[in-house]
Design a protein around this ligand. Structure first.
Ligand SMILES: [Zn+2]
Length: 119
């Protein structure tokens, strides 16, 4: 499980939990059934979740979701279409910002993935 490896790299104290996951895996059951939030430092947290609904982003509307991507904010409202979803629409300011390097491609990918999950 790559996810467990990443969690252990970020939070070495979680070795025990990863072991628990492994033993659950051996029994053929689901690996993760609840979301866990770990505090990495004062500003960062890690959420380990089997799905988006587990930690409650599903109540966000599209407008709230795009605002949650802080680097999108300077470009919001500048798309050609007022109801732009930033998916494939022409004249999308978010896509232009990605093309110019102002927004990372993976951030747009992640936004679009979440946008698909909430719609
Ligand atoms: Zn757009």
């Amino acid at each position: 499980m790559g996810k467990s490896t990443i969690i252990n790299q970020l939070l070495p104290g979680l070795q025990v939990r990863t072991q628990e996951v492994s033993s659950v895996l051996d029994s053929g059951k689901h690996t993760t059934t609840a979301a866990h939030l770990y505090h990495l430092d004062a500003e960062s947290a890690l959420i380990d979740s089997p799905g988006l609904q587990e930690f409650g982003l599903h109540h966000l509307g599209p407008d709230e979701l795009e605002m949650a991507f802080r680097e999108f904010r300077p470009f919001l409202g500048k798309c050609r279409f007022a109801n732009c979803r930033h998916l494939k629409e022409p004249g999308c300011a978010i896509h232009e910002a990605v093309a110019s390097g102002a927004i990372a491609t993976r951030r747009l990918d992640y936004y679009q993935q979440l946008r698909g999950e909430i719609s």
